[in-house]
Design a protein around this ligand. Structure first.
Ligand code: UGA
Length: 470
């Protein structure tokens, strides 16, 4: 099938590359000429596992790049819109990019096509897209609009696409539904999984069978996307709130998670406490969903609380750092991780970056390292931060080491070596990557989230775990 994907950001690139791997002919469209030229030259503008392999496999064959949306529309049976919907001042999603894409698509609708919204959008967007395409002269019988929300996580987006729990398609006509069934047929029929050279199934994938394609109305599909992200963010804020109680009473949030996550009604995933969620999706989507709810006459105060807990979680971690260091001014802090989570170079709404900014305001000196996000971080953290070439260089001479992103390489540090490099053996782990007992054995005072601190020294107002054991 011939497919156009508009927008070559995280969603568009992954979607286009995966469609090509399913056997479709894909044209990726962007109005940024430099980006198109770079993609044609074989550059991969984002850090995303398996994306370079897929682009290399299909570039110039089943994947073409273009700046001409009307021509791409004419050549395609389906046009996926994957452009940005950034938040406005008031928290609503800014739909102007989607609108201008819809206007341009209109000029290319010369026979039956399905226009598919892939960007995260508020309810009613598909109706607006339809209106805009018709307003600009397209014959209403020549197209349908579908909503096909994505559930891709950065870092695992390619395998999330190819091994999904489910595929959601909102569409108002059987003709449109049939086109969407054909597009996803290689996954729903299992054909893709039986083929050689597939991207391997992730070990954690719960989907052992072929994914179900769920057909809904367009409005339901739009709500499914916002409600899914809001629910996942709520799960994270919930466990972060429980972690705070664990800290107050001396319980261990890992044990609590194990105890509640094994209830199949609750499930163990998305229950890792930390320094709060970030990224380009949850913070923006919660604001947008709250705005959608308000507009529909419902005051969704639960979402406000989810956001408040999330912000408070970052402040709690900062208070923890202060309580360990006593004073901030002039202290040298090693920071491991700047991306909003492991496996990505994305620093949008990264709690790690927000924390570093607060530490700088407090007068700390920061030496940071991230395996993928350094270039992007350098553009934002202009003064007061040194950038190291690895975790050990960052740790050298540090008053304390802070772990802020759950990169795998931060979970397997050579603790003996680390101990010899730092000025003081103090680790504050915002992602719970280590076993506290192991850290103490290696001579570190170790503070994490929702678990009792493991101390090699006595702090004013605390009693060390070692002494308590004795
Ligand atoms: C999220 C959703 O998980 C995807 O399903 C959705 O498609 C995507 O948003 C989107 O709307 O485009 P993403 O933002 O890439 O994906 O990353 P997540 O893995 O969901 O992580 C979001 C944040 O939550 C990160 O800061 C992460 O560190 C944090 N998190 C996640 C936790 O603090 N604890 C957890 O247990 C899980």
């Amino acid at each position: 099938m011939h497919i156009a994907v508009v927008g070559t950001g995280y969603v568009g690139l992954v979607t286009g590359a995966c469609f090509a791997d399913l056997g479709h002919e894909v044209v990726l469209v962007d109005n940024n000429e430099e980006r198109i030229a770079a993609l044609r030259n074989g550059e991969v503008p984002i850090h995303e596992r398996f994306l370079p392999e897929l682009l290399a496999r299909h570039r110039g064959e089943r994947i073409k790049f273009s700046g001409d949306l009307q021509a791409a529309t004419r050549a395609s049976a389906a046009v996926f819109i994957a452009v940005g919907t950034p938040p406005t001042e008031s928290g609503d999603a800014d739909m102007s990019y989607v609108e201008s894409v819809a206007r341009e698509i209109s000029g290319g609708v010369d026979g039956y096509k399905v226009v598919v919204e892939k960007s995260t959008v508020p309810v009613y967007t598909s109706q607006w897209i339809r209106t805009i395409i018709m307003r600009n002269g397209a014959d209403p019988s020549h197209f349908d609009v579908a909503s096909n929300p994505e559930f891709l996580r950065e870092g695992t987006a390619v395998t999330d696409f190819l091994y999904p729990d489910r595929i959601v398609v909102g569409v108002e006509s059987e003709r449109g539904a049939e086109v969407m069934r054909q597009i996803y047929g290689p996954l729903t029929s299992g054909w893709y999984y039986g083929r050689g050279e597939t991207i391997p199934r992730p070990a954690a994938s719960s989907a052992k069978t072929t994914p179900r394609l769920i057909i809904t109305s367009t409005k339901s599909a739009e709500l499914i996307k916002h409600a899914s992200n809001a629910f996942l963010a709520m799960k994270i804020s919930f466990i972060n709130a429980v972690a705070s109680i664990c800290e107050s009473v001396g319980a261990n949030v890992e044990q609590v998670c194990d105890g509640i996550g094994t209830d199949s009604r609750i499930g163990p995933r998305f229950m890792s406490p930390g320094i709060g969620y970030g990224g380009s999706c949850f913070p923006k989507d919660l604001l947008a969903f709250r705005a959608v709810a308000k507009e529909s006459g419902y005051d969704f105060r639960l979402l406000e609380e989810v956001i408040r807990i999330n912000e408070d979680q970052r402040r709690r971690f900062l208070r923890k750092v202060r309580s360990v260091l006593w004073t901030f001014r002039g202290k040298r802090l090693a920071v491991l991780g700047l991306a909003f989570k492991g496996g990505t170079d994305d620093i949008r709404e990264s709690p790690a970056v927000l924390l570093v900014e607060e530490l700088l305001r407090e007068g700390c000196r920061v030496c940071a390292y991230d395996p993928a996000a350094m270039e992007r971080a350098k553009a934002v953290l202009k003064s007061g931060v040194e950038f190291a070439s690895d975790a050990y260089e960052a740790a050298t001479g540090a008053d304390a080491l802070l772990i802020l992103t759950e990169w795998e390489e931060f979970a397997t540090l050579d603790l003996e070596r680390l101990r010899t490099l730092v000025k003081y053996p103090i680790v504050l782990d915002g992602r719970n990557l280590y076993d506290p007992a192991v850290m103490v054995e290696h001579g570190f005072s170790y503070y994490s989230v929702g678990r009792p601190a493991a101390l090699t020294e006595e702090l004013p107002g605390t009693r060390s775990q070692k002494k308590e054991r004795a």
